[in-house]
Design a binder for this molecule. Structure first.
Ligand SMILES: [Zn+2]
Length: 271
Protein backbone atom coordinates (compact mmCIF):
# COMPACT_ATOMS: atom_id res chain seq x y z
CA UNK A 1 0.00 0.00 0.00
CA UNK A 2 2.71 2.41 0.96
CA UNK A 3 4.67 1.58 -2.17
CA UNK A 4 1.67 2.28 -4.40
CA UNK A 5 1.20 5.72 -2.90
CA UNK A 6 4.84 6.47 -3.45
CA UNK A 7 4.43 5.76 -7.16
CA UNK A 8 1.26 7.82 -7.67
CA UNK A 9 2.74 11.10 -6.41
CA UNK A 10 5.55 11.31 -9.02
CA UNK A 11 3.07 10.20 -11.68
CA UNK A 12 0.73 13.11 -10.92
CA UNK A 13 3.72 15.42 -10.87
CA UNK A 14 4.87 14.19 -14.26
CA UNK A 15 1.38 14.53 -15.77
CA UNK A 16 1.05 18.08 -14.47
CA UNK A 17 4.38 19.09 -15.95
CA UNK A 18 3.43 17.57 -19.31
CA UNK A 19 0.11 19.42 -19.26
CA UNK A 20 1.77 22.75 -18.42
CA UNK A 21 4.36 22.33 -21.15
CA UNK A 22 1.71 21.49 -23.73
CA UNK A 23 -0.43 24.49 -22.81
CA UNK A 24 2.49 26.84 -22.97
CA UNK A 25 3.57 25.42 -26.34
CA UNK A 26 0.05 25.88 -27.68
CA UNK A 27 -0.06 29.50 -26.52
CA UNK A 28 3.30 30.38 -27.96
CA UNK A 29 2.51 28.76 -31.27
CA UNK A 30 -0.99 30.18 -31.68
CA UNK A 31 -1.53 31.04 -35.32
CA UNK A 32 -0.03 34.57 -35.39
CA UNK A 33 -2.45 35.62 -38.14
CA UNK A 34 -5.38 34.93 -35.85
CA UNK A 35 -4.50 37.74 -33.46
CA UNK A 36 -5.90 40.45 -35.80
CA UNK A 37 -9.33 38.87 -35.31
CA UNK A 38 -9.26 39.79 -31.64
CA UNK A 39 -9.41 43.52 -32.53
CA UNK A 40 -13.00 44.81 -32.48
CA UNK A 41 -12.79 46.64 -35.82
CA UNK A 42 -11.08 43.73 -37.64
CA UNK A 43 -12.19 43.24 -41.24
CA UNK A 44 -11.83 39.85 -42.85
CA UNK A 45 -11.30 41.29 -46.34
CA UNK A 46 -8.26 43.26 -45.12
CA UNK A 47 -6.43 40.25 -43.62
CA UNK A 48 -3.70 40.23 -46.30
CA UNK A 49 -3.08 43.93 -45.87
CA UNK A 50 -2.77 43.50 -42.07
CA UNK A 51 -0.15 40.82 -42.62
CA UNK A 52 1.85 42.90 -45.12
CA UNK A 53 1.68 46.03 -42.96
CA UNK A 54 2.71 44.04 -39.88
CA UNK A 55 5.81 42.78 -41.72
CA UNK A 56 6.74 46.35 -42.67
CA UNK A 57 6.02 47.67 -39.15
CA UNK A 58 7.02 44.96 -36.68
CA UNK A 59 6.99 47.42 -33.76
CA UNK A 60 3.33 48.39 -34.02
CA UNK A 61 0.75 46.70 -31.82
CA UNK A 62 -1.89 44.42 -33.31
CA UNK A 63 -4.52 47.07 -32.71
CA UNK A 64 -2.46 49.80 -34.37
CA UNK A 65 -1.98 47.55 -37.42
CA UNK A 66 -5.73 47.02 -37.82
CA UNK A 67 -6.51 50.71 -37.18
CA UNK A 68 -3.92 52.04 -39.65
CA UNK A 69 -4.91 49.60 -42.40
CA UNK A 70 -8.60 50.37 -41.90
CA UNK A 71 -7.81 54.08 -42.30
CA UNK A 72 -5.89 53.18 -45.46
CA UNK A 73 -2.40 54.44 -44.61
CA UNK A 74 -0.73 51.15 -45.56
CA UNK A 75 -1.32 52.40 -49.10
CA UNK A 76 -0.17 55.64 -50.74
CA UNK A 77 -2.40 58.70 -50.28
CA UNK A 78 -5.15 59.02 -52.89
CA UNK A 79 -5.04 55.32 -53.77
CA UNK A 80 -8.03 53.07 -53.06
CA UNK A 81 -10.26 56.08 -52.51
CA UNK A 82 -14.01 55.92 -51.97
CA UNK A 83 -16.86 58.31 -51.40
CA UNK A 84 -17.33 58.97 -47.71
CA UNK A 85 -20.57 57.80 -46.06
CA UNK A 86 -22.51 59.79 -43.41
CA UNK A 87 -22.86 62.96 -45.48
CA UNK A 88 -24.34 65.82 -43.43
CA UNK A 89 -23.45 64.12 -40.13
CA UNK A 90 -21.11 65.87 -37.70
CA UNK A 91 -18.94 62.72 -37.54
CA UNK A 92 -18.44 62.47 -41.28
CA UNK A 93 -14.81 61.87 -42.24
CA UNK A 94 -12.78 63.12 -45.19
CA UNK A 95 -9.10 62.37 -45.56
CA UNK A 96 -6.83 61.22 -48.39
CA UNK A 97 -8.87 58.02 -48.81
CA UNK A 98 -12.44 59.29 -48.35
CA UNK A 99 -13.82 62.04 -50.54
CA UNK A 100 -16.96 64.16 -50.84
CA UNK A 101 -19.03 64.18 -54.02
CA UNK A 102 -18.19 67.01 -56.41
CA UNK A 103 -21.72 68.42 -56.07
CA UNK A 104 -21.82 68.09 -52.26
CA UNK A 105 -22.94 71.24 -50.47
CA UNK A 106 -23.73 70.67 -46.79
CA UNK A 107 -27.26 71.30 -45.54
CA UNK A 108 -27.96 74.36 -43.40
CA UNK A 109 -24.94 76.47 -44.32
CA UNK A 110 -25.18 79.81 -42.55
CA UNK A 111 -23.09 82.93 -42.50
CA UNK A 112 -20.98 83.32 -39.37
CA UNK A 113 -21.41 86.56 -37.40
CA UNK A 114 -18.96 88.98 -39.07
CA UNK A 115 -17.77 90.11 -35.62
CA UNK A 116 -15.78 86.86 -35.54
CA UNK A 117 -14.57 86.59 -39.17
CA UNK A 118 -12.60 88.53 -41.75
CA UNK A 119 -15.78 88.67 -43.83
CA UNK A 120 -18.43 86.40 -45.38
CA UNK A 121 -17.65 82.96 -43.90
CA UNK A 122 -20.12 80.07 -43.84
CA UNK A 123 -20.51 77.04 -41.59
CA UNK A 124 -23.12 74.35 -40.99
CA UNK A 125 -25.64 75.83 -38.53
CA UNK A 126 -24.69 73.63 -35.56
CA UNK A 127 -20.97 74.38 -36.00
CA UNK A 128 -21.67 78.06 -36.52
CA UNK A 129 -23.63 78.31 -33.25
CA UNK A 130 -20.88 76.44 -31.36
CA UNK A 131 -18.15 78.62 -32.88
CA UNK A 132 -19.90 81.90 -32.11
CA UNK A 133 -20.39 80.82 -28.50
CA UNK A 134 -16.71 79.85 -28.26
CA UNK A 135 -15.50 83.11 -29.82
CA UNK A 136 -17.84 85.08 -27.54
CA UNK A 137 -16.58 83.33 -24.40
CA UNK A 138 -12.96 83.75 -25.49
CA UNK A 139 -13.58 87.47 -26.10
CA UNK A 140 -14.93 87.84 -22.54
CA UNK A 141 -11.61 86.51 -21.29
CA UNK A 142 -9.72 88.89 -23.58
CA UNK A 143 -8.88 86.55 -26.47
CA UNK A 144 -9.64 87.07 -30.16
CA UNK A 145 -10.50 83.98 -32.19
CA UNK A 146 -11.30 84.96 -35.76
CA UNK A 147 -12.32 82.74 -38.68
CA UNK A 148 -10.27 83.37 -41.81
CA UNK A 149 -11.49 80.32 -43.75
CA UNK A 150 -14.53 78.07 -43.26
CA UNK A 151 -16.72 76.37 -45.89
CA UNK A 152 -15.01 76.06 -49.28
CA UNK A 153 -16.80 74.70 -52.33
CA UNK A 154 -15.38 71.94 -54.52
CA UNK A 155 -14.64 74.38 -57.34
CA UNK A 156 -12.93 76.86 -55.02
CA UNK A 157 -10.71 74.07 -53.64
CA UNK A 158 -9.92 73.05 -57.21
CA UNK A 159 -8.58 76.53 -57.99
CA UNK A 160 -6.62 76.67 -54.70
CA UNK A 161 -5.02 73.26 -55.23
CA UNK A 162 -4.14 73.97 -58.87
CA UNK A 163 -2.40 77.18 -57.87
CA UNK A 164 -0.40 75.37 -55.16
CA UNK A 165 0.63 72.68 -57.66
CA UNK A 166 1.80 75.32 -60.13
CA UNK A 167 3.80 77.02 -57.38
CA UNK A 168 5.30 74.02 -55.53
CA UNK A 169 4.65 70.89 -57.62
CA UNK A 170 2.24 68.05 -56.79
CA UNK A 171 4.38 66.32 -54.16
CA UNK A 172 4.82 69.38 -51.98
CA UNK A 173 1.32 70.73 -52.57
CA UNK A 174 -0.11 67.41 -51.35
CA UNK A 175 1.55 67.83 -47.95
CA UNK A 176 -0.36 71.02 -47.13
CA UNK A 177 -3.34 71.27 -49.48
CA UNK A 178 -6.16 68.83 -50.10
CA UNK A 179 -7.16 67.83 -53.59
CA UNK A 180 -10.68 68.95 -54.56
CA UNK A 181 -13.28 66.63 -52.99
CA UNK A 182 -10.85 65.61 -50.26
CA UNK A 183 -10.82 68.93 -48.39
CA UNK A 184 -12.40 68.97 -44.97
CA UNK A 185 -13.40 72.58 -45.64
CA UNK A 186 -16.06 71.31 -48.06
CA UNK A 187 -17.89 69.76 -45.08
CA UNK A 188 -18.76 73.19 -43.64
CA UNK A 189 -17.57 71.89 -40.27
CA UNK A 190 -14.09 73.39 -40.33
CA UNK A 191 -12.52 76.70 -39.36
CA UNK A 192 -9.06 78.13 -39.92
CA UNK A 193 -8.47 80.78 -37.27
CA UNK A 194 -6.10 83.59 -36.37
CA UNK A 195 -6.03 86.19 -33.58
CA UNK A 196 -6.28 89.18 -35.96
CA UNK A 197 -2.69 90.19 -35.18
CA UNK A 198 -0.52 87.33 -36.42
CA UNK A 199 -0.97 85.49 -39.71
CA UNK A 200 -2.99 82.25 -39.25
CA UNK A 201 0.05 80.05 -39.85
CA UNK A 202 1.68 81.58 -36.77
CA UNK A 203 -1.38 80.87 -34.63
CA UNK A 204 0.61 78.37 -32.55
CA UNK A 205 2.64 81.27 -31.11
CA UNK A 206 -0.41 83.11 -29.77
CA UNK A 207 -2.14 83.08 -26.38
CA UNK A 208 -5.30 82.27 -28.29
CA UNK A 209 -3.77 78.96 -29.33
CA UNK A 210 -3.18 78.07 -25.69
CA UNK A 211 -6.78 79.04 -24.93
CA UNK A 212 -8.05 76.83 -27.78
CA UNK A 213 -5.92 73.93 -26.61
CA UNK A 214 -7.62 74.11 -23.24
CA UNK A 215 -11.16 74.96 -24.32
CA UNK A 216 -11.98 74.02 -27.94
CA UNK A 217 -13.31 70.54 -27.11
CA UNK A 218 -15.82 71.98 -24.62
CA UNK A 219 -17.50 73.58 -27.64
CA UNK A 220 -17.14 70.50 -29.85
CA UNK A 221 -14.00 71.46 -31.80
CA UNK A 222 -10.79 69.46 -32.17
CA UNK A 223 -7.34 70.28 -33.52
CA UNK A 224 -7.68 68.14 -36.62
CA UNK A 225 -4.04 67.77 -37.76
CA UNK A 226 -1.91 67.52 -34.59
CA UNK A 227 1.85 67.49 -34.30
CA UNK A 228 3.29 63.97 -34.34
CA UNK A 229 0.24 62.46 -36.07
CA UNK A 230 1.21 63.47 -39.62
CA UNK A 231 1.53 59.86 -40.73
CA UNK A 232 -2.01 59.08 -39.62
CA UNK A 233 -3.79 62.24 -40.80
CA UNK A 234 -1.71 62.57 -43.98
CA UNK A 235 -1.24 66.29 -43.31
CA UNK A 236 1.41 68.56 -41.84
CA UNK A 237 0.68 69.88 -38.36
CA UNK A 238 -1.84 72.76 -38.59
CA UNK A 239 -2.29 74.70 -35.35
CA UNK A 240 -5.00 76.86 -36.96
CA UNK A 241 -7.33 74.21 -38.43
CA UNK A 242 -10.19 73.06 -36.16
CA UNK A 243 -12.95 70.61 -36.94
CA UNK A 244 -16.40 70.55 -35.37
CA UNK A 245 -17.46 67.04 -34.25
CA UNK A 246 -19.79 67.90 -31.35
CA UNK A 247 -18.93 67.99 -27.64
CA UNK A 248 -19.14 64.27 -26.93
CA UNK A 249 -16.83 63.12 -29.73
CA UNK A 250 -14.47 66.08 -29.22
CA UNK A 251 -14.02 65.32 -25.53
CA UNK A 252 -13.65 61.61 -26.24
CA UNK A 253 -10.94 62.30 -28.83
CA UNK A 254 -9.02 64.60 -26.47
CA UNK A 255 -9.26 62.14 -23.60
CA UNK A 256 -8.10 59.21 -25.76
CA UNK A 257 -5.43 61.40 -27.41
CA UNK A 258 -6.22 60.08 -30.90
CA UNK A 259 -7.06 61.60 -34.27
CA UNK A 260 -10.49 61.75 -35.87
CA UNK A 261 -9.27 59.20 -38.43
CA UNK A 262 -8.53 56.66 -35.68
CA UNK A 263 -11.71 57.47 -33.79
CA UNK A 264 -13.73 56.96 -36.96
CA UNK A 265 -12.46 53.46 -37.78
CA UNK A 266 -12.74 52.38 -34.16
CA UNK A 267 -16.08 53.80 -33.08
CA UNK A 268 -18.08 55.15 -36.01
CA UNK A 269 -17.54 53.22 -39.21
CA UNK A 270 -19.06 49.96 -37.97
CA UNK A 271 -21.64 51.30 -35.56
ZN1 LIG B 1 -7.93 74.47 -42.88
Amino acid sequence: MKKRKQMITPLIFLLSITFLLMTSYKNNHKDPLDRFKTVSHYKQEKQNRYEDYQRQNPNLSTEEIVTHVNIGIDQAPYTNTMQTPFLNKIYLLTNKYLYLPENYIPNELERVDDTYTNGNKQLVKEAKIAFEQMAYDAKKEGYTIRVVSAYRSYSYQQVLYQNYVLKDGIEKADTYSARPGFSEHQTGLVIDVDNKEKDFNHFELTEEFTWMKKNASKYGFILRYPKGKEKITGYNYEAWHYRYVGKKIAQDIVQKDITLDEYYVKYIENN
